[in-house]
Design a protein around this ligand. Structure first.
Ligand SMILES: *[C@@H]1O[C@H](CO)[C@@H](O)[C@H](O)[C@H]1NC(C)=O
Ligand SMILES: *[C@@H]1O[C@H](CO)[C@@H](O)[C@H](O)[C@H]1NC(C)=O
Ligand SMILES: *[C@@H]1O[C@H](CO)[C@@H](O)[C@H](O)[C@H]1NC(C)=O
Ligand SMILES: *[C@@H]1O[C@H](CO)[C@@H](O)[C@H](O)[C@H]1NC(C)=O
Ligand SMILES: *[C@@H]1O[C@H](CO)[C@@H](O)[C@H](O)[C@H]1NC(C)=O
Length: 295
């Protein structure tokens, strides 16, 4: 789960996430991610971010040493895990054997949160985790049920012994992870935004006998959406899709297209299903629009 280079880690994470989250299965997560870095030539650095699905809820600013909400209206948001910037810096210094001011390059990462997946049979798979990595290797993780730490690396032996004895902290972590799933429900039940759906047509660039009919949906949140262009209420084959893409305001957009005959017969429409809508939206493409847009 941990890589030395945070950029590669993030890239893999983003690719993995966008490749596999287009499925129909409902899945949500709430994560806090922490990174502490020591460098031989400068002061230690610390960063932290809280993310729900595709939204950044808040982040820790290393300069101001405070958590900052992405949207100031989000006064209701999950509490923070108990550990401070100084605590992380202390841990990484101890792990790196550099209690004096100068350290060599090291990275300590932590991910704490929960993930909820609806399985095909309707049941829910809930996972909670609090995992640490050091220099790209698994270090230690928390067992929520037993309230014990699991060392995954020889370096973590002493830490496990110490942390197992911190029952107050472990109880707080257990409480934090328990409420984590309440936040998933809370975020899932608010913050929906319904899309603007438009159908348009243009001449096919490579075939004079064809038109390209497109349906663009934009401004929706959450990310999952189903869209289809239909003829006489039947989904068409060979639709192409832009994939789900982020807008700048944390909503999403998607465009699908299909080639149709220039002198088509029948009724084309675009059908969209989204969790912000009580029923699917249908936008009909009529002859009138066709002439209007081409001439
Ligand atoms: C539940 O989720 C975890 C973590 O994503 C996964 O390892 C596990 O296989 C899942 N269990 C089921 C029954 O799908
Ligand atoms: C999220 O909201 C949708 C409807 O908007 C609902 O069907 C689903 O069960 C909710 N999921 C969770 C985990 O609360
Ligand atoms: C959800 O979004 C609305 C506006 O888009 C905002 O006012 C509200 O505070 C948000 N709530 C949460 C819990 O993110
Ligand atoms: C869809 O594309 C395939 C392969 O490009 C083609 O064989 C098929 O005829 C197309 N179907 C329609 C309905 O255009
Ligand atoms: C769609 O309906 C129109 C008029 O009702 C008809 O002429 C056309 O053949 C139908 N097309 C298909 C593929 O069913």
């Amino acid at each position: 789960m941990f890589c030395i280079d945070m950029r590669i880690f993030l890239l893999i994470f983003v690719l993995f996430h966008s490749l596999f989250s287009d499925g129909q299965q409902e899945k949500h997560f709430l994560h806090y991610k922490f990174t502490a870095l020591t460098r031989s030539d400068s002061f230690p650095e610390f960063s932290a971010v809280c993310v729900y699905d595709d939204r950044r809820i808040k982040h820790f600013s290393d300069e101001e040493r405070v958590w900052t909400l992405t949207d100031e209206d989000w006064t209701e948001n999950p509490g923070d895990p108990p550990d401070s910037r100084n605590w992380f810096i202390h841990q990484i210094r101890t792990l790196s054997d550099c209690t004096h001011s100068l350290c060599s390059d090291h990275v300590l990462q932590r991910i704490i949160g929960c993930e909820l997946e609806k399985l095909p049979d309707g049941s829910e798979n809930l996972t909670v985790f609090d995992e640490y990595g050091f220099d790209g290797e698994d270090l230690i993780s928390f067992n929520y049920d037993t309230m014990q730490w699991i060392d995954k690396n020889p370096k973590a032996k002493d830490i496990k012994e110490k942390w197992d004895r911190h029952t107050g902290r472990n109880q707080y972590l257990q409480y934090f992870l328990k409420t984590c799933t309440d936040w998933i429900s809370a975020f899932n039940n608010t913050n929906k935004s319904s899309p603007d759906v438009r159908v348009s047509v243009r001449k096919s660039p490579d075939d004079d006998s064809k038109l390209v009919l497109s349906c663009l949906a934009t401004g929706f949140y959450p990310r999952d959406v189903q869209m289809n262009i239909r003829l006489n209420k039947t989904n068409l084959e060979n639709q192409t899709s832009s994939g789900i893409r982020p807008n700048h305001d944390e909503t999403f957009q998607m465009k699908i297209s299909v080639k149709i005959h220039r002198h088509y017969k029948g009724s084309y429409d675009c059908l969209l299903t989204h969790s912000s809508l009580t029923e699917p939206v249908t936008v009909i493409w009529g002859k009138y629009h066709h002439k209007y847009s081409l001439e």
